[in-house]
Design a protein around this ligand. Structure first.
Ligand code: PEP
Ligand code: MG
Length: 540
């Protein structure tokens, strides 16, 4: 028996024979070319071929994956048509006389680096898109497009790495789960595996080689392991675990449509945190009561330049319409520190977490802020919108925000554009300053949302990005619990509700504390909505 440890992607247990598929080696050498035009033509022919392949993948997968999931291939196609990507490759060919394959490999590195430098899980998934698309191009350019002969029985599919295209090409009935030597849990291949509900692990390391092809294996997606040649005891244990897990999943789904109410009748709202229109579908699939945090900065981070008012309006409108009257809290731009957009280049700062970020950018660059507010107010008539402002430290900031909102709504009135004047305005409580003056702030806004991620960082003086300090990053430190209590008391005195939308909201060990403290709603990642509901319903 051999056990490989990796990173879990999709929970669950899969037991079956291993089917190993290694992508053929493609050797990319750097060559100096003489005929620039011929090389540009080679690149463009490969690009067109890759676009046709992606179109076929979309058509063949849209029916069973659904429009949203299959749109991965549309996004990848767009990247192949993206001016910046094409120009980058063409520049390497025309100015450095590099061969097309090497130029594409450079583009892959450069664009992956840009996305990877953004310390955000969602944005990191774009690294996978860039890699997938470049990989597809490279295989065409290097003549390494091997056909895969699928097994005729259900198997665990293992590979060096899968891309989203591989995942949808497999006959679903034959796939029990996925295991890869490399790969990222936030790649689109992983996201698709999640959509299919197939137990998956990535990052098992170099050793997981073809020698294990055809052997009995177990994916333990709960722990992130691949076990090969399990002994009898392990096999029996894992079969029991598999049954237990499937039973648990069935039970969780039975909670759809049920209330988030404790045994003694205390009720708490459970909302979802999302960062894109796609997130709405997942939030609804898990029956979230609303969107407690829409991180609008993701729209800016995905864009090649500042998103226009119309682009933003269409996104907000779609989110509101899809949520059909359920609450949607959209937070205004929270760029800065770990969340950067390639076109937004503030001066380098020694302490960016204490620097030019979030509402500070919006207030210093009112043009950007007003564009977003106009888009939000225009969308407000399509659903139940609340607007929230990040990183507040003073009442003055709130007063200035309201003044700008007045200007924006006056302009919309003058232009005869409909909007909901009574749109509720709230603030994030994520600085100790905001906690300490929460009694004053509560008089000026309609709700609070506690951002425990930043509140922990600023209270404990622990950088939330520093993995070395991970063990000290305790969002439930007694100081934090006292701060939550103070915020709730001050909010309720002023008659306004308080949510928690930081990661701590999903910590089931503290659900009871949050309810006892009087928190009105918890907003968590969509997949935590039903486990949280289960926890609440079990509490006395
Ligand atoms: C927080 O700080 O807790 C929060 C929810 O905001 P973000 O994680 O986006 O900074
Ligand atoms: Mg924050």
């Amino acid at each position: 028996m051999v056990t490989f440890k990796g990173t879990k992607v999709v929970s669950g247990i899969a037991i079956g024979r291993l089917f190993v598929y290694m992508h053929p080696d493609k050797h990319i050498s750097r060559a100096k070319i003489e005929d620039v035009q011929a090389e540009l033509d080679t690149f463009n022919e490969a690009r067109c071929r890759a676009i046709r392949q992606l179109e076929d993948l979309y058509t063949s997968s849209v029916e069973y994956l659904g429009e949203l999931n299959a749109s991965i291939f549309v996004a990848q196609e767009m990247l192949l048509e993206d001016d910046q990507y094409i120009k980058f490759v063409e520049k390497q060919i025309t100015e450095s006389n590099y061969n097309a394959a090497y130029a594409v490999a450079l583009a892959s590195d450069e664009f992956s680096r840009i996305f990877a430098s953004i310390e955000d899980k969602y944005m990191k998934s774009h690294v996978a898109d860039v890699r997938d698309v470049s990989e597809r191009l490279l295989r065409i350019l290097c003549g390494a497009e091997a056909e895969m002969i699928e097994p005729g029985e259900p198997c665990i599919f293992a590979s060096d790495d899968f891309n989203a295209g591989d995942i949808v090409m497999f006959n679903r009935e034959n796939v029990l789960g996925f295991a890869t030597m490399f790969g990222s849990p936030v790649s689109h291949a992983s996201i698709l595996a999640g959509t299919m509900g197939l137990p998956s692990v990535v990052g098992l390391g170099q050793e997981m080689l073809s020698i294990y092809d055809g052997r009995l294996a177990i994916i333990n997606g709960i722990k992130g392991e691949l076990i090969i040649d399990p002994d009898k005891r392990t096999l029996e244990r894992m079969k029991r675990k598999q049954k237990e897990y499937e039973e648990q999943q069935r039970m969780l789904l039975l909670l759809k449509g049920k209330n988030n109410v404790t045994k003694s009748g205390a009720y708490i709202n459970v909302y979802a945190n999302i960062g894109s229109v796609e997130g709405v579908e997942t939030a609804l699939a898990y029956d979230a009561g609303g969107i407690g945090l829409f991180r609008s900065e993701f729209i800016y981070m995905e864009s090649m330049t500042y998103p226009t008012e119309d682009e933003q309006f269409l996104i907000y409108k779609e989110v509101l319409e899809k949520m059909r009257g359920r609450k949607v809290i959209i937070r205004t731009l929270d760029l800065g520190t770990d969340k950067q957009a390639s076109y937004f280049r503030p001066e380098k700062e020694i302490n960016p977490a204490l620097g030019y970020r979030a509402i500070r950018i919006s207030l210093a660059q009112p043009g950007i802020f007003k564009t977003q507010l106009r888009a939000l107010y225009r969308a407000s008539v399509y659903g139940n919108l609340d607007i929230m402002f990040p990183l507040i430290i003073s009442v003055d900031e709130v007063i200035t925000i309201k003044k700008i909102i007045k200007e924006v709504t006056n302009e919309l009135d003058a232009e005869g554009i409909p909007h909901r004047k009574e749109t509720r305005l709230g603030i994030m409580i994520e600085t100790p300053a905001a906690v300490m003056i929460s009694d004053e702030l509560a008089k000026h806004v309609d709700f609070f949302s506690i951002g425990t991620n930043d509140l922990t960082q600023y209270t404990l003086a622990i950088d939330r990005q520093n993995p070395k300090l991970e063990t000290y990053f305790n969002s439930l430190h007694p100081a934090l619990l006292k701060m939550i209590r103070m915020t709730v008391e001050n909010a309720h005195k002023a008659g306004i509700p308080v949510d928690i939308c930081g990661e701590a909201a999903a910590d089931l060990n503290h659900t009871k504390d949050f309810i006892r403290l009087g928190v009105d709603a918890l907003s968590v990642s969509p997949n935590m909505v039903l486990p949280l509901r289960k926890k609440i319903r079990e509490l006395e």
